[in-house]
Ligand binder design. Structure first.
Ligand SMILES: Nc1ncnc2c1ncn2[C@@H]1O[C@H](COP(=O)(O)OP(=O)(O)O)[C@@H](O)[C@H]1O
Ligand SMILES: [Mg+2]
Length: 201
């Protein structure tokens, strides 16, 4: 991919990371002459409707949010079998690498990061988005120490309390909630905040 130009505009520079579904590259927006992050759906999933739909959902989830502690999205595109998202480039590192190098973090710093991500989640929840994958690898720390939440790859809309959703064979199925106490599988803002409190610094 290095040196490739996507959409006649985004030059791929170097790989930043990547998981099961996508590869993440540092890139350059040659039109605006600035660094960007380009997340490209792995080509082997480009013909799989479910993956393409999830990838689009990730773009829409981030696009519906605007917050200093959430990475911004600039553009989406497709070129042959490359589906890509163009996002703000966060110069720094992810929290996992920071923890590996410096743990235990000073309590004041850990609290500062936790508060910023709690603010990001509050904003997401106010906009009906549940992140569902809060972990150090998905938290970026800028050079000036600001935390930014990224990777809305498995984000879902908030469900009204009367509904419950479970995943079966890779698809989400929504059911009415029948009895009190049947909410163990539900994803809601409280469960996400609980997850944040489990993210160790
Ligand atoms: N906007 C960004 N700016 C800088 N680095 C990023 C950005 N987004 C992701 N990364 C790097 O790439 C890694 C993987 O990105 P992520 O979106 O979590 O992809 P995946 O879905 O593969 O987990 C992150 O942990 C981080 O190191
Ligand atoms: Mg990730």
């Amino acid at each position: 991919m290095n040196g490739k130009i996507l959409g006649n505009r985004y030059e791929i520079l170097e790989q930043l990371g990547g998981g099961g579904m996508a590869l993440v590259w540092k890139g350059k927006d040659t039109f605006l002459n600035r660094l960007v992050t380009v997340k490209v759906l792995r080509p082997e999933y480009a013909s799989d409707e479910d993956f393409v739909r999830r990838f689009r959902r990730e773009a829409q989830a981030i696009a519906s949010l605007s917050h200093p502690n959430i990475v911004s999205i600039y553009d989406v595109g497709q070129e042959n079998d490359s589906y890509y998202l163009v996002m703000e480039y966060v110069e720094g590192e992810n929290l996992k690498d920071l923890i590996r190098r410096e743990a235990p973090l000073e309590p004041a710093r850990a609290i500062q990061i936790g508060r910023q991500i709690a603010d990001a989640l509050e904003h997401a929840h106010e906009n009906n988005i549940i992140h569902r994958d809060v972990k150090p690898h998905n938290i970026l720390i800028t050079r000036s120490g600001r935390a930014k939440l990224t990777d809305f790859g498995i984000a879902r809309p908030v469900l009204p309390p009367s509904l419950i959703q479970i995943q079966l064979w890779g698809r989400y199925i929504t059911f009415p909630r029948n009895r009190p106490g049947e909410n163990r599988l539900a994803q809601n803002p409280t469960s996400i905040l609980w997850r944040l409190s489990c993210t160790r610094c």
